[in-house]
Design a protein around this ligand. Structure first.
Ligand SMILES: [Zn+2]
Length: 547
């Protein structure tokens, strides 16, 4: 947990540095020097638009799945090292996790964002219909290719200002590895990455510029792989000598689906069969099923998990097999986000505003929405409001993000920035279409500005960090204390997705973006933006550039 903040010398330092270049503030709250630095940071970020764009495009082209973000992490840590950050790699026993640090002293600002893609979401960007770049391959069907560009663009702008103004403070940049598996953030917490952190600013792709505080719509979860062992036999010649592990998996699933009727309405759960045997004439000696158990708080998640265990044991008994192992592959606390920081961010969001969308951007967005039968509202043109705390009674559950674990260890907010199109299904190829186009690029620049302005407030506004901690200690964690969902013996499931990448990477490599040759990834692929369905209904990328 966070160490008590020693009496901060920041306000004193600030007073000293501000008195040199600025008039005394006209009123409490108004700070001309801070306002000037914010204007400077926004100009600086605009001047980095090409850096941001190429970063977004580069990571898009890697399209790596959770725990296999090797190219992505190599690229990002390379940029950070070039810019004077000290990078610790292999954090928490995860080969693709790292922590990059620059600066010294308080406050410590941690900037995080996810890296990983979605299975079977390969998609040619800029074309408003389903056209995989590599058939069957993973891709950025959520938009996690953009968040590190948001954070690092902001960090580089603020680092310049900190150097020139001799501001005390430490920037800590870290990745959300395998977010889709809820696979890493609780391990980063266990590794102590957030022990000295004052504020965590997390960024996540969205379709508006927005943040929130308190509990949000959604669930926490534990992700568990149940493996059964039976007895192989000739499935026709001597089936009585076999005990099918697949039977155990199927009966566990049937049992769970009956039990589902008698669970709270807020519960969500789903499973995939990871191993169903090898071939029909061999009674499967091994089989495995992977469950996500989602509920609204730690205790209820544990209770749901215990029901899952009992159903698994029942299935093993019924089939004369054995529940051989139960592996936790991921976990996520339900998030709770910091009110003072979210309110501060919201003021900055108003200064930044949404990107200026062109008619082409809007036409393109509507075409994608139409393609997936979403509401054809186009891109948002008004900044969304600050989302407040959602009481449990109104939370019907939903998705999860392991940023939740971090949010219970240090004051945290999630900035959503408008790099993607609203009304898409999520975790889908259509969510990848805009993610290497001007929509994603402009959205990332807007996100970087909101992040940077809030970093300036954290560095320069006396009392903001203290208010954040006061909310964290006296409101958020007053009655709820963090304890990890994963067990002490659990380890990151770093082998996940390795086989998929081994299968597709050779083909995917052919489409890695080369910014030395092409200013944009769309240009490298030879895609005219936007490419829409033609009047005759056909939809095709420009031929001859894509074999
Ligand atoms: Zn995500």
């Amino acid at each position: 947990m966070h160490l008590t903040r020693s009496l901060s010398c920041l306000p004193l330092l600030l007073a000293a540095s501000l008195s040199a270049g600025a008039q005394a503030p006209a009123s409490p709250g108004a700070n001309p020097k801070l306002a000037a630095l914010k204007a400077e940071a926004m100009r600086d970020i605009d001047s980095r638009a090409q850096f941001t764009q190429q970063f977004v495009d580069q990571v898009f082209s890697f399209g790596e799945l959770g725990f296999q973000e090797f190219e992505t992490s190599k690229y990002i840590t390379g940029i950070l090292k070039q810019n004077g950050f000290t990078v610790r790699e292999g954090v928490a026993g995860i080969p693709t996790a790292w922590v990059a640090t620059w600066g010294s002293g308080k406050p410590v600002i941690a900037l995080g964002s996810d890296l990983d893609g979605i299975p079977q979401a390969s998609q040619i960007p800029g074309v408003a219909c389903h056209l995989p770049l590599v058939q069957g391959a993973p891709g950025h069907g959520e938009g996690h290719n953009s968040g590190q560009a948001v954070n690092i663009t902001a960090a580089l702008a603020i680092k310049n200002i900190m150097q020139r103004e001799h501001l005390s403070g430490t920037l800590k940049i870290w990745p959300g590895v395998a977010e889709e598996q809820l696979g890493s953030k609780a391990y980063l917490v266990r590794d102590g990455v957030f022990k000295d952190v004052d504020v965590v600013l997390f960024s996540h792709v969205g379709s508006n510029l927005q943040t929130g505080w308190g509990a949000e719509q959604g669930s926490g979860l534990v992700s568990v792989l149940y493996s059964f062992e039976g007895q192989a036999a000739h499935a026709a010649g001597a089936p009585w000598r076999g005990r099918s592990a697949l039977d155990a998996v199927e009966l566990m699933d049937v049992g769970w689906n009956f039990r589902r009727e008698h669970l709270r309405l807020q519960t969500r759960s789903h499973y995939v069969i990871r191993n169903g045997g090898d071939q029909p004439n061999v009674v499967p000696p091994t089989a495995a099923v992977w469950y996500y158990f989602r509920e609204l708080d730690f205790k209820k998640i544990k209770e749901l998990w215990a029901i899952g265990d009992s159903v698994a044991l029942g299935a093993a008994m019924m089939t004369g097999t054995r529940l051989a192992s139960e592996r936790v592959l991921g976990s996520a606390w339900p998030g709770h986000f910091n009110r003072p920081i979210a309110e501060d961010m919201t003021d900055n969001i108003k200064l930044v505003g949404l990107p200026k969308w062109t008619a082409a951007d809007q036409r393109f967005a509507r075409a994608i929405q139409k393609e997936v039968k979403g509401d054809t509202t186009g891109l948002d043109t008004a900044v969304a409001k600050l989302e407040g705390d959602l009481p449990d009674s109104l939370n019907m559950g939903g998705g999860s993000d392991d940023i939740g674990d971090i949010s219970w260890n240090a004051p945290t907010i999630v900035l959503l920035y408008p790099s993607n199109v609203p009304n898409l299904p999520g975790h889908h190829w259509s969510d990848a279409i805009a993610m290497a186009t001007p929509i994603a690029h402009k959205g990332a620049t807007a996100g970087a500005k909101a992040q940077a302005l809030t970093m300036l407030d954290i560095l320069l506004k006396p009392g903001l960090v203290d208010s954040a901690w006061s909310y964290f200690r006296n409101v958020q964690t007053k009655t709820v204390k963090y304890e990890p969902l994963m067990r002490p013996e659990d380890r990151p499931a770093t082998e996940l997705n390795a086989e998929i990448l081994a299968r597709y990477r050779p083909e995917m490599k052919k489409f890695y973006y080369d910014p030395k040759k092409f200013p944009t990834y769309l240009q490298q692929l030879g895609i005219a933006y936007p490419t829409l369905r033609k009047a005759d209904g056909s939809c095709a990328a420009t031929p001859n550039t894509l074999q």
